[in-house]
Design a protein around this ligand. Structure first.
Ligand code: FAD
Length: 477
């Protein structure tokens, strides 16, 4: 029989679960990606992610063609396109990799029903994470709510079987070309404009391989470098994990092997991949947390609202809070679509626990801007910072934005990259310029309120207000 593989967040040929199973089970395998208007129509006309996807599709199409196949690309509504194409091609079955986001689950269930009406089967596979859903449960059969025991269980269960690559190439003979596969449309053809997507952030398995090779040279130092945004510490692989242009099994295998031979950097990096699995299983077991607080008592918090709160939110979005590390971080996000993990924690804490704004506002802004936006990880990160999430930091732990800056960007090197007007400030003045004497600032070419903003608030006052705001939680917990 023939089959259709529906690609979504798994845009590669190598070690691809659904593709492998389709090739094993079918005489002829067609491949499709739908540029889904249910998602695309809501986006701004210039969106770095759309450009990343187009890149990745071109690369995928070329990889498939080299093996005798091709990618059919449709621009329309996935709910209609997938069943229609499956019928047109006369396939017996549609293969796909599972996506546990609530909206994706609803979409897939609907597609499955529509296919069933035409007598076509649909089958899903695990591909996006190492362990999914209920594969890891506590001794009592419950999902894990705390990361460390989850990580220990993950490490205990892992063995070469789970990390083995699916040998797609061995079965590639069943890949089939089709007259409907007419190449990948340009951005303009689907109504989008080119963006400033940085050369190092292009989509496709080639760019992913290049980043990985470069990272593996320095993975042993990851533990020391990862917290300092001015250094090249992390892997920058997150958009590739998001769109599946690299296999998570491959990454976990590289890290696990090095951890076994004593690399501390690899051990810590593997733990980050485990956090990713952790947040995905949280999403599976607690889909309500994608909209409201994981711990319901935190929904009683009264966040600031009204015009002043909105103006402060805009200042945060635009990198105009007057706190240099926070502002530089937001400019990194706005200018590249990426933000360093340490800085995500700093700016999230600032929005919630300094500005007193609802964490969902920040979550939404990240959703719009991040190239690596991932519902499970983003929601997990925001609820961690808000103290309302699964294994979150306690509510009374409030990052001090000045000491975070002194600790993780001591010389101000990262800050100066994004705020050149502060380039002449010495390290002792750069973390909180308003504490300097006006003459000192003037000598460095800085004039507060003119070429760099005055601080929107004083951290110590905000801290007191936040503890009062969170008191409602203590009384309900
Ligand atoms: P590396 O340090 O090289 O880590 C390797 C991989 O591990 C990452 O690519 C990512 O897939 C995974 N990872 C690392 N840290 C985490 C984590 N805390 N939770 C889950 N997975 C992790 N990550 C996203 O992929 N998408 C998001 O939308 C996202 N939003 C976040 C929002 C907030 C408020 C916070 C605090 C964190 C968020 N993260 C998110 C997690 C983390 O910041 C990014 O995964 C990381 O910065 C990506 O850069 P990297 O690939 O260079 O990371």
């Amino acid at each position: 029989a023939s089959a259709l593989v529906w690609f979504r967040r798994d845009l590669r040929v190598d070690d691809q679960a659904a593709l492998y199973h389709a090739l094993r089970q079918s005489r002829q395998v067609f491949c499709v990606f739908v540029l889904d208007r249910a998602i695309l129509d809501a986006l701004p006309r210039a969106d770095r992610r759309v450009e990343f996807i187009i890149d990745a599709l071109r690369s995928l199409d070329a990889e498939l063609r080299a093996l005798g196949g091709a990618l059919i690309v449709r621009h329309g509504w996935a709910l209609d396109e997938v069943p229609r194409l499956a019928a047109e091609l006369g396939v017996a079955k549609v293969f796909y990799n599972r996506d546990d986001e609530p909206q994706a689950l609803a979409r897939d269930a609907e597609v499955e029903q529509r296919l069933a009406r035409r007598g076509i089967a649909m089958q899903g596979f695990k591909d996006h994470v190492v362990f999914e859903r209920s594969e890891l449960l506590t001794g009592a059969g419950k999902p894990y709510g705390v990361f460390t025991p989850y990580k220990n269980a993950w490490l205990k269960k892992i063995d070469p079987f789970y990390l083995k690559a699916y040998p797609v190439l061995r079965h590639a003979g069943a890949l089939a070309d089709h007259a409907l596969a007419q190449g990948v449309p340009t951005l303009a053809e689907i109504g989008f404009e080119p963006t400033d997507l940085h050369a190092s952030l292009r989509g496709g398995s080639g760019p992913a391989e290049a980043l990985l090779a470069e990272f593996l040279q320095r993975i042993d130092r990851y533990d020391e470098a990862r917290d300092f945004p001015a250094l090249r510490g992390p892997s920058y692989l997150s958009p590739h994990l998001r769109f599946g242009t690299v296999s998570v099994r491959r990454l976990a295998r590289e890290a696990h092997q090095r951890q076994m031979s004593g690399s501390r950097g690899a051990e810590i990096w593997l733990a980050e991949l485990i956090w990713r699995d952790f947040y995905h299983q949280v999403m599976h077991h607690h889909p309500h947390a994608m909209q409201s607080a994981f711990r319901p008592e935190y929904d009683a918090i009264q966040w600031r609202s009204g015009p002043e709160a909105e103006a402060d939110f805009t200042a945060w979005c635009e990198g105009r809070t007057g706190y240099p590390l926070v502002d530089a971080a937001m400019l990194q996000l706005n200018q590249s679509g990426y933000m360093h993990n340490r800085l995500r924690m700093v700016v999230a804490s600032f929005l919630i626990k300094d500005l007193g704004l609802d964490w969902r506002w920040g979550e939404r802004y990240f959703t719009e801007k991040l190239l690596d936006f991932d519902l499970a990880a983003n929601n997990g990160g925001w609820q961690w910072a808000a103290s309302s999430g699964c294994d979150a930091q306690p509510y009374f732990r409030i990052f001090n934005p000045i000491s975070q800056s002194e600790k993780f960007d001591a010389e101000g090197r990262f800050i100066k990259r994004y705020l050149p007007q502060l380039a002449k400030l010495p390290p002792k003045l750069i973390h909180a310029p308003w504490l300097a004497r006006p003459l000192e600032l003037q000598a460095c070419g800085v004039e507060l309120g003119v070429n760099y903003p005055r601080p929107v608030l004083m951290h110590e006052d905000a801290r007191v207000a936040t503890l009062a705001r969170y008191a409602v939680v203590k009384s309900r917990a």
